[in-house]
Design a binder for this molecule. Structure first.
Ligand SMILES: [Zn+2]
Ligand SMILES: [Zn+2]
Length: 109
């Protein structure tokens, strides 16, 4: 089947979004996949950036991984429990990152 007028775009899209966890308005950079304020993400990608995932569950930041300055956030989908690691972005809130590190230190997963 040929899709002549389907106009499906598979390019990276730069999109703004409103965080469904804390309500923060997030300016998209094309790489943004989590909220810089509360670090929550959303399960929308099968592969990074493709937005092909139908789950759309919220993804909770569960812990930090790695060492300075290459930290990654381990996200877990609250709906399907899938885990994914995401690099910390430059504009992520330091407070949120520290809070996550502190929380992780007290919660053995
Ligand atoms: Zn948020
Ligand atoms: Zn999911």
């Amino acid at each position: 089947m040929l899709q002549s007028n389907g106009q499906k775009k598979f390019q990276r899209t730069i999109e703004d979004f409103t965080c469904e966890h804390c309500g923060e308005f997030v300016k998209g950079t094309g790489y943004t996949n989590h909220c810089p304020k509360c670090l929550w993400s959303k399960h929308v990608d099968k592969n990074p950036g493709d937005r092909a995932e139908a789950c759309c569950g919220m993804m909770e930041p569960t812990r930090l991984e790695g060492t300075t300055p290459h930290y990654r956030i381990v996200h877990r989908c609250v709906r399907c429990k899938m885990k994914r690691k995401n690099d910390i972005a430059k504009n992520d809130s330091n407070e949120a990152i520290i809070a996550l590190a502190t929380k992780a230190a007290h919660t053995r997963m």
